[in-house]
Design a protein. Structure first.
Lengths: 112, 116
């Protein structure tokens, strides 16, 4: 069974204090690993897709990396507007269609 | 591109009534649409997968007769919560695939259902 575990559940940072969010996964054949940002009361917003170990992608203050067991979302010098819940999800080759299995999310709060 | 809309964004209804939520892909044809449910401060739980013109595939524990899904066209799927009860109150989110990046899911803004 595919499993995705995110840690920590919640993270408080001061503005400018860099950190990393972790997503550990167990999947029978990874098709892709996805990172989303979700603001309260809204749907998830796509950030990155990673397909193979060693791959990295960047967007503004965010950088996502992937190994065979986990992915990290690095946040460099975060700002208050980066406060949101960050969701990680995997797509398994064995699952039909493009089904995603989500982790529990990390609630990030950045204080000014 | 790859925009998904949902309607309504919020709905309040009385217990026992039925509520229909629409999910539309605005600028691409969605071969597959997904329906999720999200409880406060929890992650997304997949309820069902629907392909245009065929019956939806429901996840274990999701009542088919309670949550009716229709995927009538490549741009529209509907979720009907039948005989709603307060425990059905939740945030319902749809997503769709089939755009340029065929394996990516693009999410709608969600619908907040409150059953009194």
């Amino acid at each position: 069974e595919d499993q995705v575990t995110q840690s920590p559940e919640a993270l408080r940072l001061q503005e400018g204090e860099s950190s990393s969010l972790n997503c550990s996964y167990t999947v029978s054949g990874l098709r892709g690993l996805f990172w989303y940002r979700q603001d309260p009361g809204k749907g998830p917003e796509f950030l990155f897709t990673l397909y193979s170990a060693g791959e990295e992608k960047e967007k503004e203050r965010l950088k996502a990396t992937l190994t065979k067991k986990e992915s990290f979302l690095h946040i460099t010098a975060p700002k208050p507007e980066d406060s949101a819940t960050y969701l990680c999800a995997v797509q398994a080759i064995s699952r039909p269609g493009n089904m995603l299995t989500f982790g529990g999310g990390t609630r990030l709060m950045v204080k000014p | 591109g790859a925009v998904v809309s949902q309607h309504p964004s919020r709905v309040i209804c009385k217990s026992g009534t039925s509520v229909k939520i629409e999910c539309r892909s605005l600028d691409f044809q969605a071969t597959t649409m997904f329906w999720y449910r999200q409880f406060p401060k929890k992650s997304l739980m997949l309820m069902a997968t629907s392909n245009e013109g065929s019956k939806a595939t429901y996840e274990q524990g999701v009542e088919k007769d309670k949550f009716l899904i229709n995927h009538a066209s490549l741009t529209l799927s509907t979720l009907t919560v039948t005989s709603a009860h307060p425990e059905d109150s939740s945030f319902y989110i749809c997503s769709a695939t089939g755009g340029r990046e065929n394996n990516e899911q693009f999410f709608g803004p969600g619908t907040r259902l409150t059953v009194l």
